[in-house]
Design a binder for this molecule. Structure first.
Ligand code: 7GP
Length: 830
């Protein structure tokens, strides 16, 4: 161990430093060496993909070096660490991000050009790591980048799905799902840790045992699966710190069903072993909806159990008892998905470490914090008791025990208010008795965070009102943020260079508040000119992509109006499409002479629908049907185009966002917990057209209501409007719905149920009542766009005001106010 001998350790750190050289010749040698020995191709004959692989391995070597340094340093300093438990991560590509964070992008680009390759071209060879669904998953990825950059001693834990989020293929305007077997050609970024494996147990029974005169419960499991660690390095920017995202994969255990081998059922036993691998094989493609499926629960426990074993093992290496556990360990629950960790920690501390219930509970309550990403109660996970009882009998007992003690305590505090007691209980009685995972998480966590101000207020006033009244001090707010490293530096290099030039420094890449410095130049004609050029170049890139994907040629003079995100009724892509139909209808009915006054638009929509979400799939089809009509109407020409971008993912976003003039964030008020896409567009100088929902409210605080286009009902107005129902349906909205119903875009019968959601009497998402105000906001956007200098000034002010929406701010807040951790920075110079 190095711990005692710090001189020896220092010497080792110095020896390691600079072990790999980053000059052009060394990098070229390195890449060729990997072509020859890792990819096993001849250095005289290899293609772009093989060059990418060799390049990736060369970068990976540097990442590994730094991650070893970081881990050794953490080990020596033994700071309090945060363990970020998330079921989903949308990492996207790693290459560009890694070399930029390592500060050697230009060196690599130069080395490659000497070898006759272009960095950008090779970067395009990489597929996305899409181990998540949407906002929550990308947020986890952004936050990992910030934790590394800010030098926090952090670990991410998750599942290594073999199939990530499905690929969206559009056939005839309909979404089809195809499996994303992303590991097919290997994954150069990960390292399999064969020695870091843990048994994870399922099923079986609980038996009471007598241990030194004390009764204790022993779980005799019926199935064992092995969890093996795959480590993914997460490099910080402007620091040597490189932290780890550890993802677990299932593999058969040697202990698995030994009986079967002995009884001669050899073939079946082998087949059975294979099943173990299925646990981590596929990501559930639904966000914001849960199904009580056994495999999903198995995944959750598999992930939680392996992570907790790993965390406890690391703690025990440096500590002889659990007294210090809360001073060394913070466990962050990213939504309810990992909240079985609470029962697991209790099980380990009580059944295995024999701490006794009270001491164990005391520790558990000091280490957990919980962030919720949902808005409505229906979105909260509930696990049927029968399911949990058969899969994890001991955990069910523990949860009952936690609940019993909680309810007893509660009775003392609030008396016998049975309604309230039953609302707050972790167990939900009813047709299907189930565990309310959010209640479990709240009861045990010391802090509960919402993801924007309005969301955090909603949690206190509605969703968790009872808990807020009981424990007001538990409730905090951590408005989401996104990393400017990926969303400006990686995805928009020309904007990045322009910002650095005008600020006279690159320091904003670590210290994003410096972006406000751009405000001083927002009206400067020179900056405006250069700013417009940057946007133009990015629009060109996007236009080429659109043409390649859909065959539609678009004009660069048109306003690029983008709505890209998961397809959901509450996000109201349908409102956008109805607005487009209205625009089309207006152009068609206009005097020819008036057409020259129309501000040309390219409307871009992209996003995936959950495979079982029928209405969302119909929205995608409607978008294609309307696009077909508009794009082929010679009357309309360049005045209006509609394109659907298929298979929206992180790397498509990197292309789309910098090229957008306007972006839409138009959820029915009170439904978007935060929204993070808006922040990426904002950073890229794209103007927002938005409802006052989620984090938009804070964006308005930061950039002023004059610099974006707001519309629609406010959160507090929504309930009343819902009561009023469709009498509020304006003529214009009724008219466009009629067009769809009358078969103007074909598929008349198919769209019927979609139209019903608007004019069928309920209009739950208030498309009707928001329609007029939506059109007004659109008209205001047109008007502003017609004045390029005004528009550019607004665009500069958007970027300048985006600093508050960096995940660096979010993570610093978490570190200081929720986790109680401090930076632990590897000393670069010995
Ligand atoms: C999303 C929220 O819908 C979005 O508003 C928020 O910005 C994002 O999380 C990050 O906080 N939720 C999910 O993606 C999701 O899967 C399941 O929620 C509970």
């Amino acid at each position: 161990s190095l711990g005692s001998d710090s001189a020896k350790a220092e010497r080792m750190f110095r020896l390691m430093d600079g072990f790999l050289k980053n000059d052009s010749i060394s990098l070229q040698q390195d890449i060729l060496r990997h072509v020859e020995y890792t990819v096993a191709r001849s250095r005289f004959n290899f293609d772009d993909f093989e060059a990418y692989q060799a390049l990736a391995h060369s970068v990976r070597d540097r990442l590994i070096e730094r991650s070893h340094d970081t881990q050794l340093y953490f080990k020596r300093k033994d700071p309090k660490r945060v363990y970020f438990l998330s079921f989903e991560y949308l990492m996207g590509r790693s290459l560009s991000n890694s070399v930029i964070n390592l500060g050697i992008r230009d060196q690599y680009a130069d080395a490659l050009s000497q070898l006759g390759f272009e960095f950008e071209v090779l970067a395009e060879q990489e597929g996305d790591a899409a181990l998540g669904n949407g906002g929550l998953a990308r947020l986890s990825a952004c936050q990992m980048d910030s934790m590394a950059t800010l030098d926090y001693p952090a670990w991410g834990y998750g599942l290594r799905y073999e199939y990530g989020l499905f690929r969206q293929v559009i056939l005839d305007g309909f979404q089809h799902e195809q499996p994303d077997f992303w590991l097919n050609f290997g994954n150069p970024w990960e390292t399999e840790r064969v020695h870091v494996t843990y048994p994870v147990k399922f099923y079986g029974v609980v038996e009471e045992e007598n241990l030194n005169g004390e009764k204790s419960n022993v779980w005799i499991p019926g199935e064992v699966v092995e969890a093996v660690a795959y480590d993914n390095p997460i490099p910080g920017y402007g620091t040597r710190n490189t932290i780890t995202l550890r993802l677990w994969a299932g593999k058969p255990s040697d202990q698995h069903d030994m009986e079967a081998y002995n009884t001669g059922d050899y073939i079946n036993a082998v087949v059975c072993r294979q099943k173990a691998e299925n646990i981590s094989s596929v990501l559930y493609p639904d966000d914001r909806s849960f199904q009580g499926k056994e495999l999903r629960l198995k995944q959750q426990y598999f992930f939680v159990s392996a992570s907790i074993q790993d965390i406890i093992r690391r703690f025990k290496e440096a500590h002889s008892n659990f007294d210090e556990f809360p001073e060394k360990v913070a466990l962050q629950l990213n939504d309810t998905h990992p909240s079985l960790a609470i029962a697991e920690v209790m099980r380990v501390l009580v059944d295995k470490e024999h701490l006794g219930w009270n001491k164990a509970w005391d520790i558990a309550c000091k280490i957990f914090s919980f962030t919720i990403h949902a808005v409505i109660a229906e979105g909260l996970e509930k696990i049927p008791v029968d399911l949990l009882g058969s899969l994890l009998p001991r955990h069910l007992q523990i949860i009952y025990e936690i609940n019993f003690k909680f309810v007893e305590e509660l009775k003392k505090r609030i008396g016998l208010d049975y309604n309230r007691l039953s609302r707050m209980s972790i167990i939900e009685e009813g047709a299907v008795k189930s565990i309310r995972m959010a209640n479990l998480a709240i009861v045990c966590s010391h802090t509960v965070n919402g993801v924007s101000k309005v969301h955090s207020e909603l949690l206190k006033a509605k969703l968790f009102k009872d808990f807020y009244e009981l424990w007001p001090q538990k409730f905090q707010c951590k408005t989401n943020g996104v990393t400017q490293r990926r969303w400006i530096v990686v995805s928009n290099p020309s904007l990045c260079a322009l910002i650095s030039k005008w600020l006279g420094t690159e320091a904003w890449i670590r210290d994003v508040d410096l972006l406000t410095g751009l405000r001083a130049y927002a009206a400067d004609p020179d900056l405006q000119q250069e700013w417009m050029m940057v946007k133009k170049v990015n629009k060109m890139r996007l236009a080429e992509y659109i043409e390649a994907m859909s065959g539609v040629k678009v004009s660069l003079d048109a306003m690029f109006d983008v709505q890209t995100k998961r397809i959901h009724e509450y996000k109201r892509q349908l409102l956008n499409i109805l607005g487009i139909i209205h625009r089309y209808d207006c152009i068609k009915n206009m005097e020819k002479s008036q057409r020259s006054k129309v501000v040309p638009r390219v409307c871009i929509i992209g996003g995936k629908a959950a495979p079982g979400y029928e209405i969302a799939k119909k929205i995608i089809k409607l978008c294609h049907a309307v696009a077909e009509k508009i794009n082929n109407d010679t009357d309309v020409g360049d005045l209006l185009k509609l394109v659907f971008i298929p298979d929206y993912n992180v790397s498509v976003a990197e292309l789309v966002i910098p090229g957008a003039d306007l972006s839409q964030h138009i959820s029915t008020a009170g439904h978007e917990a935060s929204g993070t896409g808006s922040m990426k567009f904002l950073m890229n100088g794209c103007l927002l057209l938005a409802t006052e929902d989620g984090s938009t409210v804070e964006i308005v605080e930061e950039i002023g209501a004059d610099n974006l286009f707001l519309f629609g009902a406010k959160i507090h107005e929504v309930p009343k409007l819902r009561e009023e129902g469709s009498p509020k349906m304006p003529l214009q909205c009724a008219r466009v719905i009629r067009m769809v119903r009358d078969g103007h875009f074909g598929f008349k019968d198919y769209f019927e149920s979609l139209c019903d959601t608007v004019d069928g009497g309920k209009d739950f998402y208030l498309l009707g009542s928001d329609f007029e105000s939506y059109l007004e906001a659109q008209a205001a956007a047109d008007k502003a766009f017609a004045d390029p200098n005004k528009w550019t000034q607004m665009s500069i002010l958007s970027t300048a005001g985006s600093g508050r929406f960096s995940s660096d701010r979010t993570i610093r807040d978490y570190a200081e106010k929720t986790w109680g951790i401090e930076p632990c920075r590897f000393p670069s110079d010995g």
